[in-house]
Design a binder for this molecule. Structure first.
Ligand SMILES: Nc1ncnc2c1ncn2[C@@H]1O[C@H](COP(=O)(O)OP(=O)(O)OP(=O)(O)O)[C@@H](O)[C@H]1O
Ligand SMILES: [Mg+2]
Length: 342
């Protein structure tokens, strides 16, 4: 048998994590590969102890390798559980930034941007220095929700760093203010992977207690590469209340668990008569993640987003604004316990 380590690694790129549908190589699970005469030894690291997932991955590995080298190939697979630790070591944010927190969801349109914006503003009202980074490169909505006109260009400082746009005391950066709205989206494609790095490294964030990152919908390649390119302090998952949303929450949670990012909590958004209530709390309990509260389905929240005056600013005494404040407090508690575990 003519075994070659590089070829084995290339083959293993076809083996996917069954939940995330992403290659085990891209997910960083493959820690070591060594090849013998007619055997391959693999060392895998997983953040989950779920035997079904483990079994699926092992079965795929054997099928892939034996499909190529024949049934006589011996695959010696050693799996160990990753120690619970902080996020994967990606490039860190600037030294002045205490916490980078992602706001994500398994599915689109559940209110991530609304939550990210209002959470950021609530944290600022609670006396923190806060930045808001629009990680949605293709569909940047943060400027609209904060009432920053798209034609308004940010200034560049002496050190060539972009100065974040200021809205209601929060510094904000978004592709929506860097690229004119009439530019074709395809233009942004090649910049995608570097954009997040630039948002982190080449923006003059200054001293921040929190940098909130609004992620695009879903758990695909884009999200994963974003998550892996930053050392996140944690993630907040947004979901709608329906029972069917549980699967989406699971996907959202899995993405962070597999990249070792602490889950700070689940927020249920659009709670009320139309979509019901309880799904977010249930999902949080089921997956062992703190529940950060419910935000009602409320026309004023949508209007606030549309007219660039988020509810936390427009109606600070409303039930919705209070719910965002409470979610912000619970999120800080989660950050403190996540830090204590490291
Ligand atoms: N609690 C709420 N009550 C009423 N409308 C809401 C609420 N939350 C969000 N919306 C509205 O729902 C729409 C989608 O919200 P938003 O853009 O925040 O979702 P998203 O998850 O960021 O979407 P995408 O996946 O496209 O990024 C917006 O028009 C927003 O104003
Ligand atoms: Mg959004």
């Amino acid at each position: 048998m003519n075994l070659n380590k590089e070829e084995v690694i290339a083959l293993l790129k076809n083996v996917q994590d069954p939940e995330l549908k992403r290659s085990i190589v891209a997910l960083g699970m493959l820690k070591e590969v060594s090849v013998g005469q007619d055997s391959v030894h693999l060392d895998l690291e997983m953040t989950t102890a779920d035997p079904v997932i483990r079994q699926s991955i092992e079965t795929q590995i054997r099928a892939t390798l034996q499909g190529k080298y024949g049934a006589a190939l011996k695959a010696d697979i050693h799996v160990h559980k990753a120690a619970a630790k902080g996020p994967v070591q990606g490039p860190t944010a600037q030294s002045g930034i205490q916490h980078v927190v992602a706001v994500a969801s398994g599915k689109g349109g559940v209110g991530k941007t609304t939550v990210a914006v209002n959470l950021a503003l609530a944290l600022a009202q609670q006396g923190h220095k806060v930045g808001l980074m629009d990680g949605d490169i293709y569909g940047p909505n943060v400027p609209l929700m904060l009432g920053v006109p798209s034609g308004k260009k940010p200034l560049v400082g002496e050190d060539q760093k972009i100065i974040p746009m200021e809205a209601f005391g929060v510094g904000m950066i978004s592709m929506g203010i860097l690229v004119p709205a009439d530019q074709p989206m395809a233009w942004r494609g090649p910049m995608l992977h570097s954009a997040i790095q630039q948002f982190l490294q080449q923006v003059a964030w200054g001293e921040l207690d929190f940098l909130i990152v609004d992620l695009p919908p879903g758990t695909g390649d884009v999200q994963l590469s974003l998550v892996q390119s930053v050392s996140l302090s944690g993630a907040v998952i947004v979901t709608t209340p329906q029972e069917v949303a549980l699967m989406d929450v699971r996907k959202g949670i899995a993405m962070f668990q597999k990249t070792n990012v602490p889950l700070l909590g689940v927020i249920e958004n659009m709670t009320g008569e139309i979509f019901g209530s309880g799904g977010g709390r249930k999902a949080a309990e089921q997956y062992g993640v703190p529940f950060l509260g419910e935000i009602g389905l409320n026309a004023k929240i949508r209007e606030g987003g549309d007219c660039g005056k988020p509810i936390v600013i427009a109606e600070p005494q409303s039930a919705a604004a209070r719910a965002f404040h409470e979610a912000a407090r619970l999120m800080k508690n989660s950050l403190a316990s996540a830090a204590a575990k490291v």
